[in-house]
Design a protein around this ligand. Sequence first.
Ligand SMILES: Cc1ncc(C[n+]2csc(CCOP(=O)(O)OP(=O)(O)O)c2C)c(N)n1
Ligand SMILES: [Mg+2]
Length: 735
Amino acid sequence: MELAISSARASGTHPASDELTAQQLLEIYRLMFLSRSVDDREINLKRQQKIYFQISAAGHEALQVGAALALRPGYDWFFPYYRDRALCLVLGVTPYEMMLQAVGAATDPASGGRQMPTHWSSRPLHIVSTSSSTATQLLHAVGCAEAGRVFSRHPEAAAKADGDYRAFHDVDFHGDEVALACIGEGSTSQGEFWEAINTASNQKLPVIFCIEDNGYAISVPVEVNTPGGNISRLVKNFPNFHFDEVDGNDPVVCLRAFQKAAAHCRAGRGPALVHGHCVRLYSHSLSDDDKSYRSAAEREADLLCDPNARMRTRLIGEGIATSAELDELERKLEREAAEAAERALEATLPSVEGITAHVYSEDLDPTRAVFGSEQPQPPAKANGSGAADGQKGAGARTMAGLINACLRDEMRRDPRIVVYGEDVADASRAEALAEVKGKGGVFKLTAGLQTEFGAERVFNSPLAEANIVGRAVGYAVRGMKPVVEVQFFDYIWPAMHQIRNELALMRWRSNGEWAAPVVLRAPIGGYLTGGAIYHSQSGESIFTHLPGLRVVFPSNALDANGLLRTAIRCDDPVLFLEHKRLYRETYGRAVYPGPEFAIPFGKAKVVRPGADITLITYGALVPRSLQAAQHAQHEHGIETEILDLRSLNPYDWEAIAASVRKTHRVIVAHEDMLSWGYGAEIAARIADELFDELDAPVRRIGSMDTFVAYQPILEDAILPQPETILKAIVELKGY
Ligand SMILES: Cc1ncc(C[n+]2csc(CCOP(=O)(O)OP(=O)(O)O)c2C)c(N)n1
Ligand SMILES: [Mg+2]
């Protein structure tokens, strides 16, 4: 104990304080006051324009200190939100580290100057990097708890795999660890809150949800966000939960609540939700002024509940410390915060050269052939049941079949792979499998995987795409390899927030401390005759626009197999786009290439050599371009060189440049809409860097700037056809 308190009082217990010692109560107050001091110091710095943002925990200290003291840093897992200063302070983030983040220092351990202050991250403490997005991290906590369960039930999954392609580091589990996830009451309106408690409840996961209810979401009062104004009343029927609604201004009450919640979780009985009523003593942040929307009476009432002032009164009232002793402690803590600020203001600032560090993994470069063999080595025995493509034996197999074969091979090799999504299991009611053949995905890509690997590794998710991706982030930060499916690319959008703000950003925003190397498979594209608007969408350029996310788009069975293997062994998140129309086409079938066949990313394939025109394409336009090129040769004597990009981020600029230098005429063709499409970027770069090589303007081909209609006459007109490509080839040659 740092205070000069008389030892008799300091070591005594006090019945009124629920058996905590005086020393423990003083320590609680010290932590609460230190948190407030850091906030106040930061507010000072912001007013002096020495830092750029401030948001405080003032009024939340009791709840947060109670939560943190009930749990174990570096053992349990933490998914805090921006208001959790007191929580993180107790877990072990120092005032100096907080100030480093406020000034945006190079040595800011949470993000190296990339994130706003209070956007926590610490690998040693198990604080997983959080974004500003409200409620997204709840799904990460769920996935994290699921990963812990896999590790404790399957020690082979937690064992270090020396010599593997991926860095299998820091697998850390104990079997009874819990995940704590915190949000404000306003954020319980987010779908991700409901998606998270759904899965935590259904799977009895050891997650504690902490709702810090200060009655406001910026200026929006609780009754606007929550019907009836109380989230506890709404959630009380979720099975397996332990619920508690507490006075969040009393740290001892909060500590006891979180201890009970943790005991429920550690005993494997399910999740817990602790709803603490607290106060927001300052405005939402320094960018907000609550006087503009809260009455004076309301603000004054909140001040009377100030947990720090109450705790001080209590310590004095219970004879644990005198007012003078607490004054002395408070001045000391204020000095500590001020000194931390002074030191942080001297810290080295980040270098501009380092901006792009950790966008992608620096340990594993998927453009290098380190992931397997580039030579197909078909073994005598075929892999898989053939359920995915209706083919058995060693003959040519479809793209669907060879994707399924790759999933099987990799799941056999790596016990950390889990596969889930909507309908991907053979049958959730596994007893049915005695008499039925199983579903295995609406396109049968995952057929037989549950039967071979069991329902703990291959299972159906709820019908909720953010749930699929958000949980995968949680699995991945703990070292698991989720290979998950979004049923149709058309329905990827509910997961977009998780993909853009979480999945793609985890490594960069944490300055390389965390990563989420998830594989997200998505059937994409049209040419289905009747697929219509919601089963034909393209939209790959929306995802190639996200730094941190790899995007792959194979056009044939062999490439799909080799690229999926690289995706699974890679250390970056990968969006793996599978064209539905190509799944079972005769075009592009291949013999099973063996379990080590891998194609590096960023390597285009010349699928047809030619001297007159370069045609850059991918996906379903590869076979259509081949048809067009054949006609161009037979009917017009034009030799078209076709480049199948195969992966879109990274893409093979060298192959593009080499071909353009040879032909001096270029078409970029894709199925996605023309405007703002993937081709616009490629065409612009060619115009920029290869202008002198061009004998004609760069041409682009894409679908019309509409969605794909149901009626086949319309679908044919909307999507680019071989004739569209042929016409462009002939026109460009004559330019
Ligand atoms: C997804 C998302 N939407 C909007 C915002 C902007 N925003 C930041 S905090 C906030 C209010 C959150 O209120 P609450 O959940 O009650 O937490 P509190 O700040 O009161 O602790 C809003 C709307 C955001 N960060 N993320
Ligand atoms: Mg709130």
